[in-house]
Every structure is written in C-alpha cells, then in structure tokens.
Design a protein around this ligand. Structure first.
Ligand code: SAM
Length: 379
C-alpha cells in the first residue's frame, strides 16, 4: 500500500463500491505484509490524534439485566439458553453502580441489558432521569435493544445522550443466518435511523468473524456505516458461547478485528470506538492492540461483582483486570504507555462538543487514580 496509499484510504473508503471494498478487505486479511498493516494501524492512531488529541475515553459499563426476549443465535443470554443465569438490578442498584463509578471519576455511563420488557419505558426513563438528577455532568448511554420511536423519544427527553445498537451485519442473508425469523435487518436499520433523527449520538457496529461472514458482507457493513454516519462503532470479535448453536465455530485472528477497526477509523475519522472486552478476551494484548489500531474508548465494568459472570454473552468473558472498574489505574498506565491520554470526561463525539472545552479537560488526575485503587476495598 505504501504511505501515500494509506493516506488515500479515507477518500477511497468514502467512494468505493462493494467489490472494491471487499477486494481491499480480502487483500488486508490475506496478503498484506506486516509492515503495511503496521502503517495502516499507525495512520488510524494518527487520525484519533488529529480529532481527539489521542484521548482514550472511559465509560463505566453497567450490565443491568441478563433477561432477553430475543434469541440471537450467537449470544449466550438468548432466551432459549436454559443454562443462562438470569438477574436484574433494581433501579436503586443501578444508581448505586453510578455512585461508585462517579466516585472513581467516571463521567459517562453505559447501561446495557438483554431486551427485557421488565424495564418498561417509564422505568427506563426513571433510571435515566435518576442518574441525570444525581449526576447532571455525566453522559448516559442506553444499549437496551429495539424499541419504538416513541420509547426512544421518551428516553431522550428523560436525558439519555447516546444509544448503542449494533446492526450486527448489513447483509440480509447473513442477518437471517444469525437471527431467528422475527428479528429483521430492516427493523434494526430503522431503529438506528430513528435514533439519529431524534438527536442521540448513535452507535452501530458488528462482530468480526461471525459465522457465515465474508469479505462481501463486511464490505456491506462499511457501506452501511458510510450511509448512517454513526457517532460510535462497536466492532469486536465473535467469540463462541458453548450453549449456543454456534458453539463449534471459532474466534477470528485478532488481526482481522484490528484491520476493521482501522478501516472504520479511516472511514469515520471522528468515530468513538471501543477496544472491546471481546477483543481483550480473545487476545491477552487485545485491548492495547485495539487502541493501537484506532480504537479510542474503553468500557470498564461497573456491574456488581457477583453478577458479572452471569452477563455471559460468550465463553470466558473477561470481568477482571483492565475490564473491571477496579483495574482503573492499571488501565490508565497501559494507555499512557501507548502514548495515548486516558480521559474520564463525558467524551462526546467531536461534533457534539466544543473543541476548546476538550483541550481544557484535565486528563485522568492523581486523585482519581487514588480512588480507583480504593475501589475494590469498598465494594
Ligand atoms: N440487547 C442489546 C442489543 O441488542 O443491542 C444489547 C445487548 S447485546 C448482548 C450486546 C452485543 O453483544 C450485541 O450487539 C452483540 O454484537 C454482542 N455479542 C453477543 N454475543 C456475542 C458473541 N458470542 N461474541 C461477541 N459478541 C457478542
């Protein structure tokens, strides 16, 4: 590819058709020499430096329910998994997770769950507005699946800032091979467009190496992201869960996820993109590798410790070390060692924030580090 070509990638990705994109992805997966991939990853990091000053934003993740009415074939908490341990956090428990997170310095919370109707629209609004009342300086992200336009509107009016809903795959046939008939790509896409229209910072995304994925379906993912222009993209490896029909499939080599992270950074230079727990689970050095390939978000877990294991999307999901809020100071050190800047502020998308304000935001302070060291003791 050469330095010159790497710099041409953003404009190529913004105009290329499906065949050109799938050829590029295939080339990067199968043929590109190590030094070209290193160049690609370094360019992706440079784009994060240009847009966010090399900051890596922290989100406190609260996995508040493992009940799900859906049955995605890849997911360990799908409704037909009789071995899954189900739990729900009460509204007070969720607020308590935020209190702990706030004390640690988090100013951005992600509330994720299976699609659980137990949390009615009113309940979800109460939770969001409860967090906003306690912590008006924090951003709240919801990741609770598909709901109606009116529900999304209510959550937004209650104070939710962002919504994560991975599209999973932008190819119809592939979507049908990953989901039961009631779940459709059309509905998924519609939700994402509705969320954008309402004014959320919206996150789409997909698993890398999911069963039946091809370079062609990945090209469609790129084209879909190009059209949607999401503010966030969740891209992590598929990892099999032993109680699902995909138990016999395997995870892809990390290289594939890193390539797609860096291509997505080139396509959407301002996107907020986590180095996912799945990547850290599949590869001991996954988080560092992801951040060195254009990811700029980490999401340590604030879920109560006795529940973490039960939010079991895939086998061996990490919930300790840098993946847990207790490991905050280690995580900060790791990020600094990569030449990046840990940042616990709200971490809005560049189009939603005043750049001057960002420049003034102090990076993770010493006091926060101390609180992080103390966290485990108080839980
Ligand atoms: N219910 C919400 C939704 O549908 O968006 C949020 C929860 S859902 C479990 C969060 C994400 O986990 C999914 O979007 C999916 O991409 C990911 N996930 C589920 N099973 C996985 C697996 N086996 N390997 C990797 N990621 C997985």
């Amino acid at each position: 590819m050469g330095i010159c070509q790497v710099r041409l990638l953003p404009s190529f990705l913004n105009t290329a058709g499906k065949h050109e994109l799938s050829d590029l992805i295939r080339y990067l997966f199968e043929e590109a020499p190590e030094d070209e991939l290193s160049e690609l990853f370094a360019f992706a990091v440079e784009l994060n430096r240009e847009n966010y000053g090399g900051r890596v934003f922290f989100r406190g993740l609260i996995e508040f329910s493992s009940f799900c009415k859906n049955d995605c074939y890849y997911c360990g908490i799908g409704r037909s998994n009789v071995n899954a341990v189900r739990y729900r956090l009460s509204e007070e428990q969720i607020l308590d997770c935020c209190r702990k997170g706030y004390a640690l310095g988090f100013r951005s919370f992600v509330l994720q769950s299976g699609e659980d109707g137990y949390y009615t629209d009113d309940a979800a609004c109460r939770i969001v507005s409860g967090i906003k009342e306690l912590f008006p300086d924090c951003a709240v992200t919801l990741s609770i699946g598909e709901r109606s336009y009116d529900s999304y509107r209510m959550f937004f009016d209650a104070g939710a800032d962002r919504y994560l809903l991975r599209h999973e795959t932008a190819d119809e046939a592939h979507y049908s091979s990953l989901h039961p008939p009631g779940q459709t790509l059309k509905k998924r896409k519609l939700c994402l467009y509705k969320l954008k229209e309402i004014g959320y910072q919206v996150g789409a995304g997909f698993m890398v190496g999911s069963p039946y994925q091809t370079c062609e379906t990945l090209a469609e993912d790129m084209i879909f992201l190009r059209g949607l222009q999401p503010h966030m993209a969740g891209i992590g490896p598929f990892i099999p869960h032993s109680d699902t029909r995909f138990a016999g499939f395997s995870s892809p080599p990390s290289k594939m996820t890193l390539i797609l992270l860096s291509l997505t950074r080139c396509l959407l230079p301002k996107v907020l993109m986590p180095a996912t727990t799945a990547l850290a689970t599949a590869d001991k050095r996954g988080r560092a590798k992801g951040l060195s390939a254009g990811a700029n978000v980490v999401m340590p877990c604030l879920t109560p410790r006795d529940r973490r294991r039960d939010y079991s999307l895939y086998d061996n999901k990490l919930c300790t070390g840098g993946e847990a809020a207790e490991g905050l100071s280690d995580l900060r050190r790791q990020i600094e060692e990569l030449g990046l800047k840990p940042d616990l502020s709200r971490g809005d998308h560049a189009d939603f924030t005043d750049r001057a304000e960002m420049a003034d935001t102090p990076a993770f302070s010493g006091a926060e580090q101390k609180r992080s060291n103390d966290y485990g003791k108080h839980e």
